[in-house]
Design a binder for this molecule. Structure first.
Ligand code: PRP
Length: 179
């Protein structure tokens, strides 16, 4: 049931942006000894897969999973974030790039930065496909940004609503009457 969803970012637009982000990251990390992409599950899995395959700089791929109290965009979200699954690599001395699908309030990435900085990486940066500044409460440094989006619920390209729509190849707006 996706025919009536309003497409916000189509496949070609996303693909072009991912390629351009990868080119920038390739340049910035050309001298790295050890780069680790840390994908934040679950939403980032498709973006991470596309971004990683575009990179030519050597890198490892790892994953981390967190959960926030209250779902993305729920009114009662407290901002508290809990670690569900840790990375497998030792990040000490590595150039770490957190790869997110979306930054909403910023609580998740704020938590992750603190957590991963304590592992003493050589560097730590943030790459997110989407940013919704209207909802961002924390002061989040975003080093690589795909698109700034308005305050609407988005699904597809990894993003879900109640676990649906993650594998849509494009990003669509889910209207309030379909939530
Ligand atoms: C989404 C997204 C980010 C987080 C951003 O995850 O993948 O990790 O919310 O929100 P914030 O900036 O308000 O902290 P979600 O909780 O929907 O889980 P999922 O990725 O498993 O779908």
């Amino acid at each position: 049931m996706t025919a009536d969803l309003h497409c916000l970012l189509d496949e070609a637009t996303i693909g072009d942006r991912v390629a351009s982000l990868a080119a920038t990251i390739d340049r910035d990390y050309a001298a790295t000894d050890l780069m680790v992409l840390v994908g934040v599950l679950k939403g980032s899995f498709i973006f991470l897969a596309d971004l990683a395959r575009r990179l030519t700089v050597p890198h490892r791929v790892d994953f981390i999973a967190v959960s926030s109290y209250g779902d993305r965009e729920s009114e009662d979200a407290s901002g508290a974030v809990r670690l569900l699954m840790d990375v497998r690599h030792d990040l000490g001395g590595a150039d770490v790039l957190i790869v997110e699908d979306i930054i909403d309030t910023g609580h998740t990435v704020t938590y992750l930065r603190e957590l991963l900085l304590a592992r003493h990486p050589a560097s730590l940066k943030v790459c997110t496909l989407l940013h919704k500044p209207a909802r961002t409460e924390a002061d989040v440094p975003i080093d690589y940004l795909g698109f700034t989006i308005p305050d609407v619920w988005v699904v597809g390209y990894g993003l879900d609503f109640a676990e649906r729509y993650r594998t849509l190849p494009y990003i669509a707006e889910l209207p309030p009457d379909q939530r």
